[in-house]
Design a protein around this ligand. Structure first.
Ligand code: ATP
Ligand code: GCO
Length: 217
């Protein structure tokens, strides 16, 4: 956590509470003018290459009508070049990228977004801790990790079938070699088994997200 705190950027402005609760059937709940507290959720979809982060994040973004930040778009070119050449990233390659994703998420909320969906592999605990401090300055921001998991051979096959992406199947092994699955003490994590079909995974992820929203509404 210390590393995460040290990397904190300028204090983001507290976000003013606004109104509308979201009900479990994912419709915007009606309200009779009562000012109900509302939380701004950051849904951070994580997991190793090929686990379906982009697939799930796009589905959540559409279903919840929230902006979607594709973490891979914020890698510096040097990182993309390394991965495209089969060279795994190091901690040093990732620090600024992780901080940038945290700041981008807060920027979306400060700009008026009700919430945000973000993809970031966040393979190690300390990577998750860098982004975990996002709610530090805003009492109505809640960060959730949505950890997508499946056996390595399943992801190998999926990445192998994928066309036109710089991350090749040869990199999946390196992702698993440094992967630190979230532990029970990381209580802000929602786990989703992605071994099933895309439709099954998308439905399971959305159900768990809506359940989490209901819990805090
Ligand atoms: N449940 C699923 N069943 C079968 N194929 C899937 C499933 N989810 C995703 N895919 C496919 O697997 C590949 C990887 O999915 P996706 O790009 O969403 O993963 P990712 O975690 O974002 O990958 P990366 O970290 O490399 O960007 C894609 O070709 C996608 O269509
Ligand atoms: O942490 C990392 O090693 C990288 O972020 C990768 O996970 C890529 O983001 C992604 O998997 C490829 O698109």
């Amino acid at each position: 956590m210390a590393a995460a705190m040290n990397s904190m950027g300028t204090n983001p402005k507290p976000i003013n509470a606004t109104v509308v609760p979201v009900t479990s059937n994912n419709t915007i709940g009606k309200f009779n003018g009562q000012m109900a507290p509302k939380y701004h959720h950051i849904w951070l979809v994580t997991g190793p290459a090929g686990c379906g982060k982009s697939t799930v994040a796009k589905h959540l973004s559409e279903a919840l009508n929230l902006p979607y930040i594709e973490g891979d778009e914020f890698h510096p070119q040097a990182n993309i070049d390394k991965m495209a050449n089969g060279i795994p990233l190091t901690d040093a390659d990732r620090w600024d990228w992780l901080t940038l994703l945290r700041e981008e998420s807060l920027k979306k909320l400060a700009g008026g977004a009700e919430g945000v969906v973000l993809t970031c592999s966040a393979l190690k605990r300390k990577y998750r801790d860098v982004i975990r401090v996002a709610p530090y300055y805003s009492h109505d921001v809640i960060l959730h990790f949505i950890y997508l998991h499946a056996p390595e051979n399943v992801l190998l096959e999926r990445v192998g079938l994928r066309q036109g992406h710089y991350m090749g199947a040869n990199m999946v092994r390196s992702q698993f070699s440094i992967l630190e699955p979230p532990t029970a003490e990381e209580t802000d994590v929602i786990s989703v088994d992605v071994s099933g079909t895309m439709e099954e995974v998308q439905r399971d992820a959305l159900d768990k997200v809506l359940q989490k929203i209901d819990e805090v509404a």
